[in-house]
Design a protein around this ligand. Structure first.
Ligand code: ADP
Ligand code: ZN
Length: 215
């Protein structure tokens, strides 16, 4: 099963993708996670990507394609994969098309997750991450609060708001999404494997996707 997961930041791409990972036994490939790990390793890619990420802008396509291509050639992708947070621009979608063609792979689904903007804002500003780099547990002040305010349940390190989850940066990320990524819906919407689905309650969303994919 090869899937592209689309949707605004905070819509729940990560949550839904990780559920589908278990159901279909395929890895979730998040370009955001790959980049964050490169940044924390201090690799060449990480150094190049860091400044773009801090401000909530997009990392250049050549860096992204390098990450995606090398990740797709790993063994665990033989069963398929879920692309989460990629492609993010029409240019990336074109480059992905070429890459898949070259590897003789076709996609099974292009899923667009939808949620109202106020819900998205609330979700994005309520996330808190453990500041211990080897833990990085994620909490949510409304839906998954830590046992003690501001302290990680697992390692007792302070919880912080990710630099790119501060309110101004989020506003900017949503603008970048509207300008660069929303046009992807137009780009894909006539493909028979494309569909949109609401993402308010994650369980309902996963059930809806399953019905669609298993039919
Ligand atoms: P989000 O919560 O917005 O989905 P991600 O964790 O996917 O955020 O990505 C974090 C940051 O990494 C983005 O703000 C962007 O700077 C960079 N990034 C991730 N994926 C891409 C991509 N496909 N193209 C360009 N930049 C990307
Ligand atoms: Zn922790």
């Amino acid at each position: 099963m090869r899937i592209i997961m689309l949707g605004a930041p905070g819509v729940g791409k990560g949550t839904i993708s990780s559920e589908l990972t278990k159901l279909y036994n395929i890895p979730q490939i998040s370009t955001g996670d790959i980049l964050r790990s490169e940044v924390s390793k201090g690799s060449e890619i990480g150094k190049k990507a860091e400044s773009f990420m801090k401000g909530g802008g997009l990392v250049p396509d050549d860096i992204i394609m390098e990450c995606v291509e090398s990740r797709l050639s790993e063994d665990d992708c033989t069963n398929g994969f879920i692309l989460d947070g990629f492609p993010r621009t029409i240019a990336q979608a074109e480059l992905l098309k070429t890459l898949l063609h070259r590897k003789s792979l076709s996609l099974n689904a292009i899923i667009n997750l939808e949620a109202p903007e106020d819900l998205i804002m609330r979700r994005l500003t309520s996330r808190r991450t453990c500041s211990n780099p080897s833990c990085q547990a994620i909490f949510n002040i409304y839906t998954k609060p830590p046992k003690r305010d501001g302290v990680c349940d697992f390692c007792e390190s302070p919880l912080v708001q990710r630099e790119d989850e501060k309110e101004e940066v989020i506003m900017h990320r949503l603008r970048v999404y509207k300008e660069n990524t929303l046009p992807l819906i137009e780009y894909y919407k006539n493909e028979p494997i494309f569909f949109s689905i609401p993402c308010i309650d994650p369980k309902e969303t996963v059930d809806g996707i399953r019905r669609r994919l298993d039919s």
